[in-house]
Design a binder for this molecule. Structure first.
Ligand SMILES: [Zn+2]
Length: 127
Protein backbone atom coordinates (compact mmCIF):
# COMPACT_ATOMS: atom_id res chain seq x y z
CA UNK A 1 0.00 0.00 0.00
CA UNK A 2 1.37 3.38 -0.97
CA UNK A 3 1.41 5.91 1.83
CA UNK A 4 -0.21 8.44 -0.51
CA UNK A 5 -3.13 6.49 -1.89
CA UNK A 6 -6.23 5.91 0.19
CA UNK A 7 -6.52 2.41 1.70
CA UNK A 8 -10.12 2.23 0.41
CA UNK A 9 -8.54 1.72 -3.05
CA UNK A 10 -10.46 4.59 -4.61
CA UNK A 11 -7.25 5.55 -6.42
CA UNK A 12 -7.43 8.97 -4.77
CA UNK A 13 -4.91 10.39 -2.30
CA UNK A 14 -5.77 9.58 1.32
CA UNK A 15 -5.76 13.32 2.12
CA UNK A 16 -8.61 14.01 -0.32
CA UNK A 17 -10.52 10.75 0.23
CA UNK A 18 -11.03 9.13 3.65
CA UNK A 19 -8.34 11.10 5.51
CA UNK A 20 -10.56 14.08 6.44
CA UNK A 21 -13.27 11.78 7.84
CA UNK A 22 -10.85 9.83 10.02
CA UNK A 23 -9.35 13.14 11.18
CA UNK A 24 -12.91 14.45 11.93
CA UNK A 25 -12.30 17.53 9.78
CA UNK A 26 -15.21 16.43 7.60
CA UNK A 27 -18.36 14.33 8.04
CA UNK A 28 -19.39 11.70 5.52
CA UNK A 29 -22.33 13.09 3.55
CA UNK A 30 -23.25 9.86 1.79
CA UNK A 31 -23.47 6.20 2.75
CA UNK A 32 -20.75 5.50 0.19
CA UNK A 33 -18.34 7.96 1.81
CA UNK A 34 -19.06 6.51 5.24
CA UNK A 35 -18.59 2.96 3.97
CA UNK A 36 -15.24 3.84 2.39
CA UNK A 37 -14.00 5.70 5.46
CA UNK A 38 -14.95 2.83 7.76
CA UNK A 39 -13.19 0.37 5.47
CA UNK A 40 -10.10 2.60 5.63
CA UNK A 41 -10.36 2.71 9.43
CA UNK A 42 -10.38 -1.10 9.55
CA UNK A 43 -7.59 -1.37 6.96
CA UNK A 44 -5.30 1.06 8.78
CA UNK A 45 -6.02 -0.13 12.30
CA UNK A 46 -5.87 2.19 15.28
CA UNK A 47 -9.11 3.99 14.36
CA UNK A 48 -11.49 2.20 16.70
CA UNK A 49 -12.74 5.50 18.08
CA UNK A 50 -13.90 6.54 14.60
CA UNK A 51 -15.55 3.16 14.01
CA UNK A 52 -17.38 3.40 17.30
CA UNK A 53 -18.51 6.99 16.63
CA UNK A 54 -19.99 5.95 13.29
CA UNK A 55 -21.66 2.82 14.72
CA UNK A 56 -25.30 3.10 15.75
CA UNK A 57 -25.32 2.79 19.57
CA UNK A 58 -28.25 0.36 19.35
CA UNK A 59 -26.17 -2.21 17.47
CA UNK A 60 -22.65 -1.47 18.76
CA UNK A 61 -23.34 -3.56 21.86
CA UNK A 62 -20.22 -4.14 23.92
CA UNK A 63 -17.79 -3.05 21.20
CA UNK A 64 -15.02 -0.77 22.36
CA UNK A 65 -12.66 1.60 20.55
CA UNK A 66 -9.80 -0.62 21.75
CA UNK A 67 -11.23 -3.81 20.27
CA UNK A 68 -12.10 -2.03 17.01
CA UNK A 69 -8.58 -0.61 16.69
CA UNK A 70 -7.01 -4.05 16.38
CA UNK A 71 -5.95 -5.04 12.90
CA UNK A 72 -7.50 -8.44 12.32
CA UNK A 73 -7.22 -8.94 8.58
CA UNK A 74 -4.85 -7.43 6.07
CA UNK A 75 -7.45 -5.73 3.87
CA UNK A 76 -6.50 -5.66 0.20
CA UNK A 77 -9.21 -3.76 -1.61
CA UNK A 78 -12.81 -2.63 -1.54
CA UNK A 79 -15.33 -2.82 -4.37
CA UNK A 80 -18.70 -1.15 -3.94
CA UNK A 81 -21.24 -3.13 -5.96
CA UNK A 82 -24.37 -1.15 -5.19
CA UNK A 83 -25.59 1.59 -2.89
CA UNK A 84 -28.76 3.54 -2.30
CA UNK A 85 -30.43 5.68 0.25
CA UNK A 86 -33.95 6.82 0.80
CA UNK A 87 -34.65 9.40 3.44
CA UNK A 88 -32.60 8.52 6.49
CA UNK A 89 -31.98 4.88 5.56
CA UNK A 90 -29.29 3.61 3.27
CA UNK A 91 -27.41 0.50 2.18
CA UNK A 92 -24.11 -0.36 0.58
CA UNK A 93 -23.41 -3.72 -1.06
CA UNK A 94 -19.71 -4.40 -1.32
CA UNK A 95 -17.00 -6.97 -1.47
CA UNK A 96 -13.62 -6.68 0.16
CA UNK A 97 -10.59 -8.90 -0.30
CA UNK A 98 -8.26 -9.65 2.57
CA UNK A 99 -5.42 -11.82 3.73
CA UNK A 100 -6.02 -13.50 7.07
CA UNK A 101 -3.44 -13.76 9.85
CA UNK A 102 -1.91 -16.77 8.07
CA UNK A 103 -1.74 -14.89 4.78
CA UNK A 104 -4.60 -16.84 3.23
CA UNK A 105 -6.77 -14.80 0.86
CA UNK A 106 -10.44 -14.34 1.61
CA UNK A 107 -13.41 -12.40 0.29
CA UNK A 108 -16.05 -10.67 2.38
CA UNK A 109 -19.34 -9.95 0.63
CA UNK A 110 -21.82 -7.97 2.61
CA UNK A 111 -24.76 -5.61 2.52
CA UNK A 112 -24.32 -2.96 5.18
CA UNK A 113 -27.27 -0.92 6.38
CA UNK A 114 -26.92 2.68 7.47
CA UNK A 115 -29.19 5.11 9.25
CA UNK A 116 -29.00 8.88 9.51
CA UNK A 117 -29.42 10.32 12.98
CA UNK A 118 -29.37 14.09 13.54
CA UNK A 119 -27.90 14.55 10.07
CA UNK A 120 -25.10 12.01 10.54
CA UNK A 121 -24.88 8.68 8.78
CA UNK A 122 -24.23 5.75 11.11
CA UNK A 123 -23.54 2.09 10.41
CA UNK A 124 -26.46 0.01 11.63
CA UNK A 125 -25.89 -3.64 10.76
CA UNK A 126 -25.14 -6.11 7.98
CA UNK A 127 -27.02 -8.79 6.15
ZN1 LIG B 1 -10.79 6.49 0.74
Amino acid sequence: MSSDLCPCTSGKPFASCCGPYLARSSKAKTVKQLMRSRYSAFALGGHGDYLLETWHPGSAGALTAESLSAKTFNWQDLTILDFRHKGDEGMVKFEARYLDHEGKPGLLQEVSRFIRVSGLWLYLDSE
